[in-house]
Design a protein around this ligand. Structure first.
Ligand code: NAP
Length: 491
């Protein structure tokens, strides 16, 4: 349920927002008093001023996590699960404020922010349930002369780094399993959207997370603050969600002390419509896969391939649907497409579209930024995008749908796999055998078969190739924060 948002309600939520660092159970300013500004991308205006952590604050947070680790690991799993369940419930109680704050700092339509609060909270419920099911094994050695006890233990203090596009869910997807496994953490949210994570930290505090167990460090100098922490080896785990370029850099840093790593990186999803697909269903799926989060999602359909016999019908219907999506401030009723997160992101989208058009693509809809304040780009459909266009290889991260045709299954599978990324692909067909055959052959960690959204806390989310390492959510998500220990017993 969404509410009608007045300017007074916006001011009230922003005024109540937490803007300090959360370190060792204390809310505090940066040691050197530095601050950074958070902007509303739908107006470009300053929304709030937030404490901007220095390297010293980063160390304070990591040492706090280190000190808290032993006691927290010893906390009974049921108690950890209860904390997570309380946090889940508090997120639902505060959903109006959380959703509005998210829309104000990130831009997504309010209905989508409600969706994200729900999705984000679900990771706490899921991992509350997992916390009490951490298993082990007892086995007889093949020679019969020994027994093996296999136990799972928390990996230890963890560094968690999250992006701006899902400011809450990318955090709970890491904090949930870390808490369930018994790991303390230092979380660094994106500089563009720290308010949601700080609001979450208040909830965690209220839910009973002990001091030092979760620490939130907001900073405008991510590299300077995080690199020494990662290289120190005090944290035993690095879990990162963000771009492939930054992920590769962090993998190198993590190699210094051989940290366990989870990497949720960029994507370049293909969306394939076969000639036997239900075209209306495929159009709805494409809208979900392309336009969720105004196209600013790692799972966004970046390359749409429709069979040559249905491409005209599919493209016309897709353009009609996208033309009906109102663009505007995410707080306004009926808005379906919000602004890009900042001017840089909007300009990158414009650059990729201009490059495609110069190379010969035809603009079916949109094709330019929207006039006025804020960082808006119009919903855009492009056809006949040539192979050399940069957008086939680079994440667009905006409301732009390039559509191209294919004639055979082998041809389209080769096109789908012609990318260094491998996060998710979407396949639309009414032939289940073909659907499964194609799903098995495409190179990605996830496939949406007649489904435009794959994210689900109970399913293993993650990519292969340069889209990352490890999985978040599902029944294996907690393993990312657990070590396996084997104890051999002579008989
Ligand atoms: P980004 O530039 O890589 O930033 C991600 C996070 O890393 C931010 O918190 C950022 O901090 C931080 N960071 C940047 N440089 C760093 C450094 N040298 N050391 C430590 N931390 C550093 O990515 P983004 O633009 O925020 O997010 C978009 C990207 O995330 C896209 O590529 C998208 O596909 C990917 N993504 C992937 C998934 C997935 O599950 N696979 C989910 C969502 C997004 P600052 O922002 O404060 O600089």
């Amino acid at each position: 349920m969404t509410e009608t948002i007045t300017a007074a309600r916006e001011s009230e939520v922003v005024a109540a927002a937490e803007t300090r660092l959360y370190i060792d159970g204390q809310w505090r300013d940066a040691r050197n008093g530095r601050t950074l500004e958070v902007h509303d991308p739908s107006t470009g205006k300053v929304l709030a001023t937030v404490a901007d952590a220095s390297v010293e604050d980063g160390w304070d947070a990591l040492y706090a996590a280190q000190r808290a680790q032993q006691d927290f690991a010893a906390m009974p799993p049921r108690q950890r699960a209860d904390i997570l369940m309380r946090a889940f419930e508090l997120m639902h109680q505060r959903k109006d404020d959380l959703a509005l704050l998210m829309t104000l700092e990130m831009g997504k339509p309010l209905a989508e922010s409600y969706g994200e609060v729900n999705y984000a909270a679900e990771f706490f419920r899921h991992f509350a349930e997992e916390a009490t099911r951490i298993g082990g094994n007892y086995q007889t050695a093949p020679a019969g002369n020994a027994r093996f006890v296999v136990a799972k233990q928390p990996v230890g203090p963890s560094i968690l780094i999250t992006p701006w596009n899902f400011p809450l869910a990318m955090g709970t997807r890491k904090i949930g399993p870390a808490l369930a496994a018994g790991c303390t953490s230092v979380l660094k949210p994106a500089e563009l959207t720290p308010l949601s994570m700080l609001a979450l930290a208040r909830i965690l505090e209220e839910a009973g997370v002990p001091a030092g167990v979760v620490n939130i460090v907001v900073t405008s100098t991510a590299g300077d603050v995080m690199e020494p922490l990662i290289r120190s080896g005090i944290a035993r785990k690095l879990s990162f969600t963000g771009s492939t370029a930054v992920g590769k850099k962090l993998l190198e840093q993590a190699s210094d002390k051989v940290l366990r790593t989870s990497m949720e990186l960029g994507g370049n999803a293909a969306f394939v419509v076969f000639e036997d697909a239900d075209i209306d269903q495929a159009v709805e799926g494409a809208i979900a896969a392309k336009m969720r989060n105004s196209g600013e999602a790692c799972t966004a359909a970046n390359r749409i391939f429709a069979h040559e016999s249905v491409i005209d019908e599919f493209s016309t219907k897709l353009a009609e649907r996208m033309a009906q999506m109102p663009v505007g401030r995410g707080v306004d009723e009926g808005v379906k497409v919000g602004p890009m997160v900042d001017a840089k992101q909007r300009d990158k989208v414009a650059e990729l579209v201009d490059d495609a058009v110069k190379s010969g693509a035809r603009v079916v809809l949109g094709g330019e930024p929207a006039a006025g304040e804020g960082f808006f780009y119009r919903p855009t459909v492009l056809s006949q995008v040539p192979e050399q266009a940069r957008m086939w290889q680079e994440e667009i991260f905006g409301p732009v749908a390039p559509v191209s045709s294919f004639s055979t299954e082998d041809e389209v599978i080769a096109k789908v796999n012609d990318t260094p990324y491998g996060l998710v692909n979407y396949v639309y067909t009414n032939d289940l055998t073909r659907g499964l055959r194609v799903a098995e052959r495409v190179e990605s960690g996830m496939v949406g078969l007649n489904q435009g959204v794959v994210s689900n806390p109970a399913a293993p989310f993650g990519g292969i190739k340069e889209s990352g390492l490890g999985r978040e959510g599902g029944d294996t998500g907690i393993d990312e924060f657990l070590e396996t220990k084997y104890i051999g017993i002579q008989m």
